[in-house]
Design a protein around this ligand. Structure first.
Ligand SMILES: O=C(CO)[C@H](O)[C@H](O)COP(=O)(O)O
Length: 228
C-alpha cells in the first residue's frame, strides 16, 4: 500500500466513528482531507452533523463535501475532533502538529473536543517528539526576531520564518508568522512546552501534550488503535 492509501485508510476509519447529531472538529492536511471527503459521502447517506474547521482550507473542503459548518459562538464543546499529526510519541500519544500551518486553530479545536482522534500513517510514530519534525511556533510579527532568539536559547536550531514554495513569507490563517524550531529529540516535552508558552510573542506552538484520546495508525497489516 502507498503512503496515500495508509492515510486514506486511517482517515476513513475515523470518519466512520462519527454519529448523527455530533459536532465535529475538522482537521487540516493531506490525511484530514480524506476524513472530510468520507464525512461528505456519509452525509449523502443520511449522516447529520455539523463541522468546525481548523483552517480556511478545511472550511473550503468541508463546504465542497457538503458538511454544514458551525462555530464556537453556537457550539462551545465538540463531540469529536479528527486531525492528522506530524509526529506521535509512542506510549504517551503526545504530538507535534502544525507543519501545515494550522496549529493554533487545531489546538483550540482539539482542546474543545471530548474526543480527539489522530489519524496517521506508519511514518509518523516516534520514540521522542522532535526526532524528525521541527516544532512549529506561531508568533506575532512584531518583534519576531527577539522571539526567535528566545526560542533559540531553549535549544532550537536554525529558527527562521517559514516561507511558501515561492519564497514568500508564510502567513497563517490568523495573520501570523510561523517559526520552525529544530530541537532534535525532546526529552522533556512538558518543560519545553511550558517555556515556549511563556514566551512573549508566541501565539501557540505545535507540541500537543495529553490531548489525543486515541490515535489510528495505518500500517501495512492493519489500522492500529492506540489509547492510553
Ligand atoms: O498539523 C497539521 C496541519 O497544521 C497536519 O495535521 C499535519 O501537518 C499532518 O499533515 P499530513 O496529514 O498532511 O501529513
Amino acid at each position: 500500500m502507498s503512503m496515500e492509501a495508509f492515510k486514506k485508510a486511517a482517515a476513513r476509519r475515523a470518519a466512520d466513528m462519527v454519529q448523527s447529531g455530533m459536532v465535529v472538529g475538522l482537521g487540516t492536511g493531506s490525511t484530514a482531507k480524506y476524513m472530510i471527503e468520507r464525512l461528505g459521502e456519509r452525509i449523502t447517506e443520511g449522516l447529520e452533523i455539523m463541522g468546525i474547521p481548523t483552517s480556511e482550507d478545511s472550511a473550503e473542503k468541508a463546504q465542497k463535501a457538503g458538511i454544514p459548518l458551525t462555530d464556537f459562538a453556537t457550539h462551545r464543546r465538540l463531540d469529536i475532533a479528527i486531525d492528522g499529526a506530524d509526529e506521535v510519541e509512542r506510549g504517551t500519544l503526545n504530538l507535534i502538529k502544525g507543519l501545515g500551518g494550522a496549529l493554533t486553530r487545531e489546538k483550540i479545536v482539539a482542546q474543545a473536543a471530548k474526543r480527539f482522534v489522530v489519524i496517521v500513517d506508519a511514518s509518523k510514530p516516534v520514540d521522542h517528539l522532535g526526532e524528525r519534525a521541527p516544532v512549529p511556533v506561531e508568533v506575532l510579527s512584531f518583534g519576531w526576531e527577539c522571539t526567535a532568539d528566545r526560542l533559540a536559547s531553549y535549544g532550537a536550531r536554525g529558527v527562521k520564518p517559514r516561507t511558501d514554495r515561492d519564497g514568500s513569507l508564510f502567513v497563517s490563517d490568523s495573520g501570523n508568522m510561523i517559526l520552525d524550531c529544530h530541537f532534535g529529540p525532546i526529552m522533556d516535552p512538558a518543560a519545553l512546552s511550558a517555556k515556549i508558552d511563556g514566551t512573549a510573542g508566541v501565539v501557540a506552538h505545535g507540541i500537543f501534550l495529553n490531548m489525543a484520546t486515541e490515535v489510528l495508525v495505518a500500517t501495512e497489516q492493519e489500522i492500529e488503535r492506540w489509547e492510553l
